[in-house]
Design a protein around this ligand. Structure first.
Ligand SMILES: Cc1cc2nc3c(=O)[nH]c(=O)nc-3n(C[C@H](O)[C@H](O)[C@H](O)COP(=O)(O)OP(=O)(O)OC[C@H]3O[C@@H](n4cnc5c(N)ncnc54)[C@H](O)[C@@H]3O)c2cc1C
Length: 822
């Protein structure tokens, strides 16, 4: 087929499809730039959005918002978790309003930077976000290592750990260093279709915000920035939130706690459900009366966010061009710090994390601008370290952008569902743990992924009290049952990672508890004396990293040798970067018990005595188990009879659940390709997917029997599905010719399922068969498996002859169970 005809057909298919609610990547970019322009007057726009929806600000004096129509979901907090939830709700067809205290949209202060595989898999279906993150990755050589050094540039290297040695984790090179399908080939056998990434939260949030606005049924009107939630009460029917304008200066004459005047600035908003995504210091959690369990205040830290072009260049050139790393653990007599190198290109971007010790020290008094510049330069290895000051090595261009104090805790909320089943905690509001291992944001985004489709079903079934209706309460309660154990597991892992981090300073003669003990011991002194004593103690400690460590002496030699050995030995001796089992192997619900007693080693951190509760069961990534994530395997999308394989679209088995990973039109010139194009442009809604796997040694008669039975099962599922839930049939054929047979059966035989949720894929390399043993599977909208059929080698050709698919009863039961219809 000529290209011109193909283009014309694509245009026709596009014209025939409904206008896309969710945009392809190029559209998103265009919308994003429009939004950036609009965001300059964002406050005004958000204000008018508030008026239209009933969300009030101080300026909306006349409306009585309590009588306005309730919004289905109110999200408090527009960090990465709230934004992801907003996007996913829109894609599931649910209207929501997100209120965010900050007026300017996204954070500019980088915290999270490590994006794990599961989050990237979710981003794969967030309007091309996975692709954007992957493409903007710095070269892998810039972030594959952690370095333990006396200073970032030059100095003495105490140890290094390469986290991609041996090809682990599928980290990809960025910016023209080998992207695209070749890479997919290379990653063919990896556990995930996507790789982990190094992408700062301050860059991620604007991308999420743009997509969330573009996907929202009311566009920018679904967002109220510069608005703060100051109260929330729940009843059996919904939530009443009190909000106020967070941007207007205090009114003239208003005193602190001037209740009457503050009340004038407050308005209420009614919602069916409320999600608290307002971060680690969540006031909404407190207002809902939910407590935290675990260890508060493990450490107090200051983050110093700075740029330095000179430092970036020096790192790129240091060590024969191998001086760049993701993390620098710096130990010298001036500073002990962990520095995250967000970017060593261009102007460079870094965050130094330094512990401080309240109440003797305070972030405001002890980490002023001058102190922070000195600290950054001392970590870099410039003049502040006291040696060789000259223009080239002094890093005199250090530009401190922001300084932020934070407290490291290891706590999990008692309840993730509160307020009579009407309120939910998500992200840091539900769990806060040490950043070691990079699990905070990732866990929160995965919370949102679990919650969004459940809220969508609950909203769609509201008012439907029939016997076939899902129990919103049961369904939403499963959010707590499924996500809390994951948060507990990740909390324990993060604490254990933090302890790994501390082993290195301990080996260097810097026992982590010494400074805290000193702070306590000097607490009774007048504050100036306590500060002087603490500073002297800290300086004494850091002096261990001077000559004693670096010159040829018994103590220094032994310490250097120990750290070097710890880095070389790996195996949990130092902090790891990747945790594939925890990242991809958590199991929800009934399968969890089965997995725990099955062949898999149960890594249950639930036996711990930290009082947190039971952790999720983990299985090796890629294990097909009920409750686990559907294993990834590369497949080709079947595109129709004229599909010459050149146009084959590589998809992951995870993409069978949502095709939106493919931009634009599918190609091909038949009804199936036209359908596929439409499918990938449509709003997904809440879709459960039945994957039917065909075997190549089965008789064609068996194939058609299995397809007939599949149709029967699909019909039963559709009959059982409540409002707002659709069912997709995905056929995985072992070869292109069997796929063509399937297509003929459905299209020429007129048996195509009546709704558009249908896909045919080809398992040319047998990857899916290896991953799933040829079994059928029924999968939830969030990619977790609800039911598994018999493995291919357990089926016989006669299986279908009875005329009823034995599995169909089980599949329908699984659907009902997952929807809380029991
Ligand atoms: C140094 C550091 C490094 C980290 N590195 C990683 C990493 O590599 N990977 C990782 O996964 N995680 C990492 N984390 C953790 C990560 O930053 C957090 O888990 C993440 O920010 C949580 O997102 P969130 O949306 O739940 O909360 P937040 O990002 O805190 O967002 C909450 C939002 O709610 C708003 N808000 C608060 N109160 C109100 C209110 N009353 N009304 C309206 N709006 C309100 C806030 O303004 C804020 O925008 C790191 C954390 C730190 C401190």
């Amino acid at each position: 087929m000529s290209r011109a005809i193909s283009r014309a057909l694509r245009a026709l298919a596009a014209a025939a499809s409904p206008p896309p609610r969710v945009l392809a990547t190029q559209d998103v970019v265009a919308v994003a730039s429009r939004l950036r322009r609009r965001r300059r007057c964002h406050r005004t726009v958000a204000g008018s959005a508030s008026r239209s929806r009933g969300l009030s600000t101080a300026r909306d004096d006349d409306d009585d918002e309590t009588s306005a129509a309730p919004v289905p979901v109110l999200i408090v907090g527009g960090g990465p978790v709230g934004l992801t939830l907003s996007y996913l709700l829109s894609r599931a067809g649910v209207d929501s309003t997100l209120i965010e205290r900050r007026a300017d949209g996204a954070t500019t202060h980088p915290q999270a930077h490590f994006v794990n595989n599961r989050t990237m898999e979710i981003f794969r279906h967030v309007s091309g976000l996975e692709r954007v993150v992957t493409r903007s990755q710095p070269p892998l050589k810039h972030w594959r290592k952690f370095l333990y050094k006396t200073q970032m540039v030059g100095g003495v290297e105490l140890g290094r750990v390469d986290h991609f040695a041996g090809g682990g984790g599928g980290g990809r090179e960025g910016e023209g260093e080998g992207e695209g399908e070749e890479e997919e080939e290379e990653n063919r056998d990896a556990a995930s279709p996507t790789s982990v990434a190094h992408f700062g939260q301050h860059r991620l949030e604007p991308e999420l915000l743009d997509r969330a606005i573009a996907a929202h049924p009311r566009g920018i009107r679904g967002f109220a920035h510069g608005t703060e939630c100051v109260g929330a009460t729940c009843d059996d029917d919904g939530v009443t939130a009190t909000v106020r304008d967070a941007t207007s200066p205090r009114m003239a004459g208003a005193k602190k706690n001037d209740d009457e005047k503050n009340a004038q600035r407050e308005r209420t908003l009614r919602a069916s459900y409320l999600v608290a995504a307002d971060g680690a210091s969540s006031r909404t959690r407190e207002r809902l009366g939910v407590g935290l369990r675990g260890t508060p205040e493990m450490q107090h830290l200051v983050n110093v966010h700075f740029r330095s072009r000179k430092l970036a260049r020096a790192l790129r050139e240091d060590d024969g061009g191998d001086g760049a790393a993701m993390l620098y653990f710096v130990f010298n007599p001036s500073v002990v710090a962990v520095v995250v190198a967000h970017d060593v290109r261009g102007d460079g971007e870094f965050v130094a994390q330094v512990p401080y010790f309240p109440p003797t020290q305070s972030a405001e008094e002890d980490f002023g601008m001058e102190a922070c510049v000195g600290l950054a330069r001392a970590a870099a290895g410039g003049a502040a370290a006291g040696e060789n000051e000259n223009e080239n090595d002094s890093f005199d261009d250090v530009d401190v952008r922001s300084v932020r104090a934070w407290t490291m805790s290891a706590e999990v909320a008692d309840e993730f569902v509160a307020g009579r089943g009407r309120a939910f905690l998500c992200g840091d509001a539900a769990h806060r743990f040490p950043p070691a291992g990079g699990f905070g944001m990732n866990t929160g985004i995965q919370d949102a992924h679990n919650l969004a489709w459940k809220l969508a079903v609950a909203v769609a079934s509201a008012g439907d009290g029939g016997s076939g209706a899902p129990s919103a309460r049961n369904l939403l309660r499963s959010y707590h049952a499924e996500r809390r154990p994951v948060a507990v597991g990740n909390t324990r892992l993060s604490v254990s990672n933090f302890r790994q981090v501390l082993k290195i300073p301990t080996a260097l003669g810097l026992p982590p508890d010494a400074a805290a003990a000193l702070t306590e011991a000097t607490a009774a002194l007048p504050s100036f004396a306590a500060k002087a004593a603490l500073n002297a103690g800290l300086a004494l400690g850091r002096a261990q990293c001077g000559d004693l460590l670096l010159t040829d002496n018994a103590i220094g030699n032994a310490r250097r040798a120990t750290v070097k050995r710890m880095c070389e030995e790996g195996g949990g001796k130092t902090l790891r970067l990747q945790f594939p089992t925890e990242d991809l192997g958590f199991v929800y619900g009934p399968g969890s018990e089965h997995a725990a007693t099955g062949d898999w080693a149960r890594r249950d951190r639930g036996q711990s005595d930290d009082g947190l509760g039971t952790a999720a069961t983990l299985v090796p990534p890629g294990t097909l188990v009920v409750g686990g994530r559907l294993p990834h395997a590369w497949l080709s999308l079947h595109l129709g009879p004229n599909d010459d394989r050149k146009s084959a679209k590589h998809i992951s088995s995870l993409d069978l659940l949502e095709l939106s990973v493919l931009d634009g039109a599918i190609g091909g010139d038949d009804a199936h390709a036209a359908w596929a194009t439409q499918e990938l442009r449509s709003t997904p809604g809440v879709v459960f997917t039945l994957i039917k796997t065909l075997r190549d040694d089965e008789e064609p008669r068996s194939h058609s029997m299995r397809l007939t039975l599949a149709n029967d099962t699909i019909q039963r599922l559709r009959d059982a599905a409540p409002a707002g839930v659709s069912i997709r049939l995905a056929i995985v054929a072992p070869t292109a010719s069997i796929a063509r047979g399937v297509e003929r059966y459905y299209y020429e035989g007129g048996k195509r399922p009546s709704d558009d949720r249908f896909v045919i894929a080809v398992d040319e390399k047998g990857a899916w068969t290896r991953a799933a043993g040829g079994a059928d599977a029924f999968v939830r909208p969030d990619g977790h498996v609800a039911w598994i059929g018999a493995r291919a080698d357990e089926r016989s050709d006669d299986d279908g002859d009875e005329g009823v698919d034995a599995g169909s009863v089980e599949v329908v039961a699984a659907l009902r169970r997952e929807l809380g219809m029991y």
